[in-house]
Design a protein around this ligand. Structure first.
Ligand code: ZN
Length: 426
């Protein structure tokens, strides 16, 4: 509000331009709680609940001087009591409690047809959160390249430290630098036409719209893209630190064959998975325990209130261990497609320490079974169970499934038939 009446010009900084842009958005959502009414303009401020500024709904000219009329000048000694405080108080009208939230700003922006969000697909990729955030920084030009650091005031040469042929912009790192070119070539991705793209089209959008060159139904281009960009960035960081830049090529990339395996004779196998919808803020957990012939012993799923995909994965894992214990289904093997869970069980993460302690305690009760990672393609039954619970009522305990629901039957057959999937490992 402080900057509302200021202007911007071409010479102003990026930060200043964005402060003013934000203030325009704020002014649309700020409303006023009158106390003395000396600040609130009768015509141009929103001060009547659920009503836009009066000037926007009244037609025709105002009388001379009326444009500056404040609410206090409407003061009538007999009907209104203004003696509530010193100042009129602004409040955020987009939330019923008057408190500002970034979510409500997105709500306002969504109403404006001129504002689009071309990068929301990033948050829907099947990838880890670290890669999503990394892509978001790529999309918004906020990776700490030499050019970016130079722009924001660091005393640093903007030239590419790897090839010294051009300024190190994000496009240079990912498309033009010879190291990036070699990596794309190695992956069989043709990007030469993107090198001279129209500046109005974002390089990452163009890249995301490429068609994956191999006829592969196991992973899509959007599955591979975050890994490829991450690989290039890691390469860049490695080369900045070494005197002899060289690409870490993916020529020897491995195709790993993925399969669900039966547990050893006399053992049971637990597979768990978690899902999460950022939009709804609701997650799903799912899991299955099979015997050494691959027979269905018990399945489970439930909705869960959680704040991240990782949390839903851990909740599914813990629920599966509980169910194995209460149904006496051990000795046990456990499989998850979450590498984070395996890492958390080794270390002591600050964020999930309480629930990881519960997992360790359950594992101990179950005789410390082997916990393995397997890829999503070999964890599809649990994956589907975690996703088909959207219509279920959320309960304290997971819904127990004593026989397989229709949605997972094909995946069960595929697991039993030893169907192979393949995956590119970078
Ligand atoms: Zn370069």
């Amino acid at each position: 509000m402080k900057y509302k009446s200021r202007t911007t010009g071409p010479s102003h900084s990026f930060i200043w331009k964005n402060i003013l842009l934000g203030s325009n958005i704020c002014s649309k959502a700020i409303a006023w709680t009158p106390t003395r009414g000396r600040i609130i303009n009768v015509w141009h401020h929103r001060w009547i609940p659920n009503t836009p500024a009066l000037r926007t709904i009244l037609q025709g000219p105002l009388n001379q001087g009326e444009d500056h009329l404040t609410v206090s000048s409407l003061w009538n000694d007999t009907s209104w009591d203004w003696n509530l405080g010193e100042w009129d108080i602004p409040y955020w009208s987009c939330n019923s409690n008057g408190i500002f939230t970034t979510k409500s700003v997105y709500g306002i922006l969504n109403l404006n047809p001129n504002i689009t969000f071309p990068f929301t697909w990033i948050w829907k990729l099947h990838t880890i959160e670290k890669h999503e955030v990394f892509l978001w920084l790529c999309a918004h030009g906020r990776l700490p390249t030499r050019t970016y650091l130079h722009l924001i005031g660091f005393d640093i040469d903007p030239l590419c430290p790897v090839c010294s042929l051009a300024h190190e912009t994000i496009e240079h790192v990912f498309l033009a630098c010879y190291i990036a070119k070699k990596i794309w070539l190695d992956l069989g991705i043709h990007i030469s036409h993107l090198l001279h793209h129209n500046d109005e089209l974002h390089w990452l959008l163009l890249l995301s719209q490429l068609v994956f060159p191999e006829n592969n139904t196991i992973y899509s281009w959007k599955d591979l893209l975050p890994f490829a960009l991450w690989h290039i960035w890691i390469n860049r960081n490695h080369n900045v630190k070494t005197d002899f830049p060289s690409p870490i090529l993916i020529r020897n990339r491995t195709i790993e064959y993925i399969q669900w395996f039966l547990p050893p004779l006399g053992f049971y196998k637990l597979n768990t998975d978690g899902s999460f919808s950022k939009n709804k803020g609701i997650g799903g957990i799912g899991g299955i325990i099979r015997n050494s012939s691959g027979g269905w012993m018990v399945g489970f799923h439930n909705q869960t209130h959680c704040h991240s995909h990782t949390m839903s994965e851990i909740e599914a894992f813990l629920a599966g261990l509980h169910i194995a214990f209460t149904h006496n289904l051990f000795p046990l093997e456990v499989e998850t497609d979450s590498l984070e869970i395996l890492q958390f069980l080794e270390d002591s993460p600050p964020t999930y320490s309480s629930i990881i302690m519960s997992c360790r305690s359950m594992l101990k009760k179950l005789g410390n079974p082997m916990v393995r990672h397997n890829f999503r393609q070999a964890n599809m039954v649990a994956d589907v169970l975690s996703k088909i619970c959207a219509k279920l009522t959320m309960t304290n305990q997971p819904h127990i499934l004593l026989s397989p629901p229709e949605a997972v039957k094909d995946y069960l057959k595929a697991d039993l038939g030893g169907v192979l999937s393949n995956k590119l490992i970078l």
